[in-house]
Design a protein around this ligand. Structure first.
Ligand code: HEM
Length: 397
């Protein structure tokens, strides 16, 4: 079996489940070459991914959670600062505490009615047309609007920021040279405007709170704010979008499961949503770096080695799931790891679940007769998985 978990080609039609299967069976912690880089260990079994993600003492999120090491230009641009996603406890704990309150289950529930109203509005905008690009016109709208509201920005700006996120997550080889860096810089330029605006007119939103809060007895620096901004916009955008588009595609490809769901949508949606998370696993991987020599599933990992957790592979591990290659919307229990686990476990997961339920409820009760007008085009990324475009026809139900 040819294993290549770096080429965006391997992810051009969804995740490479044949490669994942081979790896889990034959080499669950396997060395992977990396052209231009040091190489990494690919971890594909559920138990091992779970263990690595929770063991921050052995597996660090510094210097980055991406496979390539940060380019020197990034060190110049960010100075000594980094994103919370790339910190370890106790520093990470202090930064996560700054925004944790906005993402608890009760805080997420307070947003539920508003999120449902947004879902209605998003479907209203396309319902008469009979055709749409499901990704851009439906799935992508929800996370863009939600993150804009959380941060206290105009909804249309959320949509623009979202486009930048997509560029940032696209493999550099699929973009014009430097396009990723330009997108990050544009995001920073925008966020610099937010700093000025929210300092002048603080409001009841997360951006204003971040600018007012203290860590280690001092205010956040502008760069720390910019990195928080980038993380929040990036983390909540195409993950949720890809779950919605990839989830609808999975339903269209399995009419029996689709019909089962529609027979009792409110009752069956919670379990179905978890199964769609397992099935699509929008975040392909997170990288860690070994802080000391350590053994993992019989492999000797050396201090400084890169260790990469493949969530989509873990989510199809037969040791953790019965019939893992079958979409079973009633699956219970469903110990999927699509949101990660441990200190970095997805902070936005309660909000994400509310967004997903609101959108799927609205779409599946008001729209019917879905048919693809063209094959979905997949995001050219080895980091985030999902359709980039999904043109389809439908009828109002
Ligand atoms: C289907 C949707 C989503 C998926 C699949 C997803 C998945 C993930 C994953 C896998 C991680 C890393 C976990 C780890 O390293 O163990 C993560 C982290 C994170 N997610 Fe999500 N996410 C989603 C939606 C969201 C949303 C809507 C938001 C915010 C509004 C969000 C905010 C974050 C943040 C801030 C982190 C970093 C947490 C930290 O470093 O402590 N995510 N997410």
């Amino acid at each position: 079996m040819k294993i290549d978990l770096l080429s965006p080609q391997s992810f051009a039609a969804g995740q490479p489940h044949d490669q994942y299967r081979w790896l889990r069976e034959h080499a669950p912690v396997r060395w992977h070459e990396e052209p231009g880089g040091a190489g990494f260990w690919a971890v594909t079994r559920h138990a091992d991914v779970w263990a690595v993600d929770r063991d921050f003492q052995a597996f660090s999120s510094e210097p980055t959670i991406m496979i390539p090491d940060p380019p020197p230009s990034q060190a110049d641009a960010f100075g000594p600062y980094k994103m919370m996603l790339m910190m370890d406890p106790p520093e990470h704990t202090a930064f996560r505490k700054l925004i944790r309150q906005a993402f608890t289950l009760p805080a997420a529930r307070l947003r539920e009615e508003r999120i449902k109203a947004l879902a209605r509005q998003i479907v209203d905008a396309v319902i008469e047309t009979g055709e749409c690009d499901f990704v851009a016109e439906l799935a992508g709208e929800m996370p863009s609007f939600v993150i804009a509201e959380l941060m206290g920005l105009p909804p249309a700006d959320g949509r623009e920021l979202y486009k930048l996120t997509e560029t940032i997550h696209t493999a550099p080889e699929a973009l014009p040279p430097g396009a990723g860096q330009v997108a990050v810089m544009k995001m920073f330029e925008y966020a610099t405007g937010v700093i000025a605006e929210k300092r002048a007119r603080p409001a009841d939103d997360l951006a204003s709170k971040l600018l007012a809060c203290e860590v280690d007895g001092r205010r956040l620096s502008d760069m720390e704010f910019l990195l928080f901004f980038l993380l929040l916009v990036d983390a909540g955008g195409d993950t949720t979008r890809n779950l919605l588009s990839g989830g609808l595609l999975a339903l269209m490809e399995d009419p029996a499961q689709f019909a089962w769901l529609l027979a009792d949508l409110p009752g069956r949606l919670p379990a179905a949503r978890e199964e769609l998370l397992r099935w699509t696993s929008p975040v392909i991987y997170m990288r860690r770096t070994a802080r000391h020599d350590v053994e993992l599933a019989g492999q000797q990992i050396r201090c400084g080695d890169k260790v990469v957790m493949y969530f989509g592979a873990a989510n199809r591990d037969p040791a953790a799931f019965e019939a893992p290659e079958t979409l079973d919307l009633a699956r219970d229990p469903n110990p999927h790891i699509a949101f990660g686990t441990g200190p970095h476990g997805c902070l936005g997961q309660h909000i994400a679940r509310i967004e997903i339920d609101a959108m799927l409820s609205e779409v599946l009760t008001r729209m019917t007769g879905f048919e693809l007008d063209a094959p979905p085009e997949w995001l050219a990324s080895n980091f985030i998985s999902g359709p980039k475009t999904m043109p389809l026809s439908f009828r109002a139900a």
